[in-house]
Design a protein around this ligand. Structure first.
Ligand code: CA
Length: 228
């Protein structure tokens, strides 16, 4: 059961889908335009967004860009068969999946469930620990020893991604795609800047690394100091 925001300008499709999703136990908020959809999304409390790409006021791709600028709610694109280029663009911009019109509500439900399973933190999952570093994905907190780290949202996302994959070398391309959800619109420089901020938060430097080890031209690896 999820709280779904359905952005679709076709009244018939929107009403039929709303009823069908509600029958499956979801709560649905409908929006008939991009503007209305953005307004609803920003009100909060939405688990997943189903976004039609062909909207009358703002192009669906633009709506996705605006959503991604401030929110990390999963987005499933509803697209027409001849919109492949736009679908690819949407996936590069951070859409989580897509369905091709016409689709059945069962198909949409299956895609939404898979996306939510992939993106929602498991409430029973214990905090991640690497050395004295602890990241709690549910509470959205990170600490080093007894010190709570004050991190901006992107710094937290970056740290969480690296901690989850500790001991593994991660390329900047992977970070751009998985942490920024944008493999092409974000440069390696942006990643470098965030890594240096993160280093400062952890009280270390590139010259004297403890947890964050970068290899020029390859990527970055997070590991406990003793294993370094
Ligand atoms: Ca449409």
């Amino acid at each position: 059961m999820a709280h779904v925001l359905l952005i679709e300008d076709d009244d018939l499709i929107r009403c039929a889908l709303t009823r069908a999703l509600e029958r499956l136990g979801h709560r649905v908020v409908g929006a008939g335009s991009g503007t209305e959809g953005l307004t609803e999304a920003l009100k909060g409390g939405i688990d997943i967004i189903v976004l039609d790409l062909g909207l009358p006021d703002i192009d669906g791709i633009q709506v996705l860009k605006m959503l991604r600028a401030s929110l990390s709610i999963p987005v499933v694109i509803a697209t027409a068969r001849d919109e492949e280029t736009q679908t690819v663009t949407a996936l590069h911009l951070g859409a989580d999946d897509y369905v091709i019109k016409p689709f059945s509500v069962e198909h949409l439900d299956a895609r939404m469930t898979a996306v939510l399973r992939r993106t929602q933190p498991d409430p029973l999952r214990p905090p991640l620990r690497v050395g004295d570093l602890m990241v709690d994905l549910n509470a959205h907190t990170a600490s080093l020893g007894s010190r709570l780290l004050e991190l901006r949202p992107k710094e937290f996302a970056l740290l969480a991604y690296l901690v989850e994959r500790s001991g593994r070398m991660i390329s900047k391309a992977e970070l751009r795609a998985e942490v920024w959800h944008n493999a092409f619109g974000v440069t390696d420089k942006t990643v470098d800047v965030h890594l240096s901020w993160l280093r400062r938060r952890l009280g270390e430097s590139a010259v004297n690394p403890r947890y964050l080890h970068t290899v020029r031209g390859v990527g970055v690896k997070l590991q406990a100091p003793s294993a370094a």
